[in-house]
Design a protein around this ligand. Structure first.
Ligand code: NAP
Length: 319
């Protein structure tokens, strides 16, 4: 492909579409390579009630369609496929979808993170029907209900504690006796009367047809299985950033793989490549924060391009 774009945005979640909206309105004619499964984590969420501007809530997939449509309205173009390779060694940067090559002066990486799943068929089938990966998003749907959380890290205990504000009881199922979570979180959870620990145990199946009604749990020491009646099932076993394509090019946290950006900026270590949303944020992980950083990335890319053009225009011309 001969054309060199101002910007390619990789990723079709709240960060990518917001970057596309801002870039499109800045006349940068963005190309969004949004991924085959575009929409990001909101596609496995039912009602989103904490996104400002939607007072009655909105379904996650509908919200993502709206984000996409808003960017499209201002001229963003989309490739609904997965990026397979990138080359950030020089500008224009190169991005491939299989054999198709795309070039751009700037790239915004907004590929997000994926909540780890247990990998159960029943877990997948009941996503958005009682199975959730985000307590901040969904805990309020379980007022006076019974909820089960799986995981033994800080996220699991933080989510369990948060859910106790709504639910009548919270089971925390963890596969061993020791917690990965910090001692202070373990203490706090132990002191909470609504929380009951089910240790040395794994969830074998999420029960229910139209919605979650329980979980079948197996004790890994005794081999005994029990059924816990539950209305909500929160999987809190960590997130993985979708950064495999970029690790050779962009600075990232060694262990987790999250991309590193400059403070108060979306700039990566490669000038002209920016990162937005959950791919560089394991702290907040909300649609609204991802959207905010998508906006920042588009502004950063626009400023970068203007500076480059200013430098090129003021360079001495051959006589
Ligand atoms: P994490 O620390 O990696 O913990 C994941 C937990 O899930 C572990 O207990 C692990 O069990 C369990 N797990 C993993 N795969 C599993 C599977 N297939 N089946 C059952 N259990 C499984 O992840 P995280 O809790 O999301 O935390 C990520 C990072 O963010 C950590 O550094 C954490 O400290 C930080 N964080 C901090 C706070 C806070 O300070 N308030 C809040 C949230 C997160 P094992 O222990 O047996 O491996």
């Amino acid at each position: 492909m001969d054309e060199t774009r101002d910007v390619i945005i990789i990723g079709g979640g709240p960060a990518g579409y917001t970057a596309a909206l801002y870039a499109a309105r800045a006349n940068m004619q963005p190309l969004v390579i949004e991924g085959f499964n575009w929409g990001g984590q909101l596609m496995i969420t039912s009602d989103v009630e904490n996104y400002p501007g939607y007072p009655d809530g909105e379904l996650g997939p509908t919200m993502m369609q709206d984000f996409r449509r808003q960017a499209e309205r201002f001229g963003a173009e989309f490739v609904t496929d997965d990026v397979t390779r990138v080359d950030f060694s020089e500008r224009p940067f190169r991005v491939w979808v299989d054999r198709d090559e795309y070039r751009a002066e700037t790239v915004i990486v907004a590929t997000g993170a994926s909540a780890r799943q247990l990998g159960l068929e029943s877990e997948q089938r009941l996503q958005g029907r009682g199975v959730s990966y985000c307590a901040t998003c969904d805990a309020a749907f379980f007022r006076d209900k019974v909820v089960t959380v799986v995981g033994g890290g800080d996220s699991a205990l933080e989510e369990a504690l948060f859910i106790t504000r709504f639910a009548s009881a919270v089971h925390v199922v963890h596969r061993r006796q020791e917690f990965r979570a910090s001692p202070i979180m373990v203490d706090r959870a132990r002191q909470n009367e609504k929380i009951e620990f089910v240790l040395d145990s794994v969830v074998e199946e999420v029960l229910g047809d139209a919605k979650v009604t329980g979980v079948r749990v197996r004790n890994v020491v005794t081999g005994d299985t029990t059924e816990l009646p539950t209305d909500g099932f929160f999987v809190a076993i960590g997130h993985d950033p979708n950064t495999a394509l970029f690790l050779d090019w962009l600075d990232h946290e060694e262990e987790s793989g999250y991309l590193v950006t400059e403070p108060r900026s979306t700039a990566t270590n490669v000038p002209g490549v920016f990162a937005a949303g959950d791919v560089q944020d394991h702290t907040y992980r909300q649609a609204i924060t991802a959207a905010g950083s998508g906006c920042m990335a588009a502004l950063d890319a626009e400023r970068f391009l203007s500076e480059q053009r200013h430098v090129a225009a003021s360079a001495p011309q051959p006589v």
